[in-house]
Design a protein around this ligand. Structure first.
Ligand SMILES: NC(=O)c1ccc[n+]([C@@H]2O[C@H](COP(=O)([O-])OP(=O)(O)OC[C@H]3O[C@@H](n4cnc5c(N)ncnc54)[C@H](OP(=O)(O)O)[C@@H]3O)[C@@H](O)[C@H]2O)c1
Length: 306
């Protein structure tokens, strides 16, 4: 067997098991050697020939050995929720990563961040405020970098669109916060991975917002979800305050369905980002995904009824 030219080396921090990481592995696995550091082994990564480094980004004291010979770092590690106490060690670990990448001269650094949010969240919410500390450290470093800031992602096993569909399918009703006239522009996780590839190939220092192909009015999107399920759209209306109260209660009962900050972010109408420009092929629309997921759910329901 002839060996091809050596593959460029990618250090994926926080990959493998997560939504974005899975798609980065699928996108880069063909022609990159991926070293993936995270906590839980992933069968998908093993099947794709990824070199798994079992580790917690919080506790990596010296990143330099992991960065040796690395052409590109992609950081996806983050938690969806938690206190300052939870986020601080991860933040410090990731700040050490940025400093080490800068010191050893990693050629390119792609950091996955999040869109702008209301000022109160930017200041007070550990999820957001500490994410911004990492964003700023990347910007203030000497690295060649892209900070990629996608809005809501969709893909099989995502934690938002598929959960919304499942809820509608089960209860035939869905909460509608206020009038639903705020916006979302969902983007496929597979498109995000293609965007990361494109951003990885650039040589500038930039911060880029990433929206999907269509800026939906939220209520039109939820109507489209009901339609995909073959159900008439039915809502139980909630005021903004009511929505926050309900989510707070769910959160405190241990639900991971939706968090208060996500409701506040949605209602702030800051998530309808314009479409990312630059990919060769068009961004994937959400409708075929809704149809596929809905068909899967309806199949499951029939099978469940035996
Ligand atoms: N999902 C979205 O809609 C969305 C939208 C905008 C931006 N983002 C951003 O995209 C990134 C990835 O999000 P995601 O939805 O893919 O998250 P996810 O599904 O929760 O995955 C997070 C990944 O990070 C790893 N991880 C978490 N803590 C770690 C630690 N301490 N050390 C090492 N690895 C750790 C996890 O793997 P292990 O459990 O194996 O460690 C997992 O693979 C995040 O930065 C998020 O803010 C996501």
């Amino acid at each position: 067997m002839t060996e091809g030219p050596p593959r460029p080396r990618l250090l994926l921090v926080g990959g493998g098991t997560g939504l974005v990481g899975r798609h980065i592995v699928a996108e880069f696995g063909r022609d990159w050697h991926i070293v993936s550091l995270h906590r839980h082994p992933s069968p998908g990564e093993a099947a794709a020939g990824v070199e798994f480094v079992s580790g917690d980004a919080c506790t990596v004291a010296d990143w330099a050995p992991l960065l040796r010979g690395v052409d590109l770092v992609v950081n996806v590690a983050w938690y969806r929720t938690g206190s300052l106490r939870r986020f601080r060690p991860l933040t410090e670990g990731l700040l050490r990563l940025v400093a080490a990448a800068d010191r050893v001269g990693v050629p390119r650094f792609v950091h996955i961040s999040v869109p702008d949010s209301p000022a109160s969240l930017e200041t007070n919410l550990p999820y957001m405020a500490l994410k911004r500390r990492i964003d700023r450290a990347v910007e203030q470093s000497g690295l060649s970098y892209a900070i990629v800031r996608p809005t809501m992602l969709f893909a099989p096993r995502d934690k938002l669109v598929t959960v919304m569909l499942r809820t509608m399918n089960r209860y035939h009703r869905f909460p509608m916060f206020e009038d639903g006239n705020y916006h979302m522009s969902p983007i496929a996780a597979a498109d995000l991975a293609r965007i990361v590839r494109l951003e990885a190939a650039r040589a500038d220092r930039r911060n880029v917002m990433v929206g999907g192909p269509r800026r939906w009015k939220y209520r039109d999107l939820t109507d489209a979800m009901f339609q995909a399920l073959g159900l008439p759209p039915k809502y139980f209306p909630l005021s903004g305050r009511g929505a926050v109260r309900l989510t707070w209660l769910l959160e405190h009962l241990g639900s991971t369905l939706l968090y208060v900050y996500e409701v506040e972010w949605l209602l702030s109408d800051m998530l309808g980002l314009p479409p990312y420009e630059g990919l060769e092929q068009p961004l994937l629309p959400v409708e075929p995904f809704l149809a596929e997921e809905a068909a899967r759910l309806r199949g499951t329901r029939r099978a469940g009824r035996g």
